[in-house]
Design a protein around this ligand. Structure first.
Ligand SMILES: [Zn+2]
Ligand SMILES: [Zn+2]
Length: 260
């Protein structure tokens, strides 16, 4: 039975959906949209970056390894991954990324990570989906999950880029999103200078799944902002697979140009 309150709510949602494009057009008329990276006026086409910034954020080499996202040359044999990853074991099944953590992309990623970087983080997520739509469409994702951080870090730094990026990707792909399923159960040291074997050791067993039933047999899109050695994404994907996930693809804004 539909109650009066429910039907009022339904009318309100319906009205909002009908009026949304008009509001959006009116806002664009009053406030011309500007590029998220240089403030130049833009005509949004699925993302808010001007052509100049979009080309600056593009990696020099357009080809990439589907297994780890590393940039590769045109004649690289990718049967077992690229030169950077063929000796590595990953629990995830592939990487979709926007760029390489270098030059302007490094600058954009740092700004998106910093306090107040929410709109740039969402913009980079929009650009990632816009540029890599075909790759995202190859899978039928059931759920989008951010690589979580420990609650103590969240307490100190409320803006968390991986979460913002993942939520925006989920919105664009129309896939459910949750930050409650995969949790960081133990704090791990900052890893920028640790060698890969040590990073793997530090990350091992540092994630936990709270709702196994929701990921059993599912295809998961696991999202982080940057992929450095892949140790964190590997440990998170391992935890998801141990809890029953069938397939885990990692999506990031950028991958490190050289991983050791
Ligand atoms: Zn620009
Ligand atoms: Zn690779």
């Amino acid at each position: 039975m539909i109650r009066f309150n429910d039907s009022m709510k339904y009318c309100q949602i319906k009205t909002e959906a009908i009026l949304a494009p008009f509001f959006s057009a009116a806002i664009n008329f009053v406030y011309a949209p500007t590029c998220l990276f240089c403030d130049q006026e833009v005509n949004p086409v699925g993302h808010n970056f001007c052509e100049s910034c979009r080309s600056k954020l593009k990696p020099v080499h357009s080809l990439e390894c589907a297994r780890c996202g590393a940039p590769v040359g045109p004649y690289t044999d990718l049967t077992r991954g690229c030169g950077q990853c063929h000796r590595e074991t990953f629990a995830f099944d592939g990487v979709i990324r926007l760029g390489v953590y270098d030059g302007q992309m490094r600058l954009a990623s740092l700004r998106a990570k910093a306090s107040g970087g929410g709109s740039l983080a969402r913009g980079l997520a929009d650009l990632l989906v816009y540029q890599k739509r075909a790759k995202f469409d190859e899978q039928d994702f059931d759920l989008v999950i951010p690589v979580p951080e420990h609650w103590t870090r969240r307490f100190l730094h409320p803006h968390y880029a991986a979460e913002t990026v993942s939520r925006q990707i989920a919105r664009r792909l129309h896939v459910p999103w949750s930050r409650e399923i995969l949790l960081k159960s133990r704090r791990t040291p900052k890893q920028a200078t640790s060698p890969t074997p040590l990073r793997r050791q530090q990350q091992q067993g540092s994630f936990a799944v709270s709702r196994t039933r929701q990921i059993s047999g599912k295809t998961i899109l696991l999202v982080d902002d940057i992929l450095t050695t892949g140790s964190t994404a590997h440990a998170a994907a391992r935890t998801l697979k141990d809890a029953g996930a069938t397939y885990v693809i990692v999506a990031v804004i950028a991958v490190s140009p050289l991983r050791k």
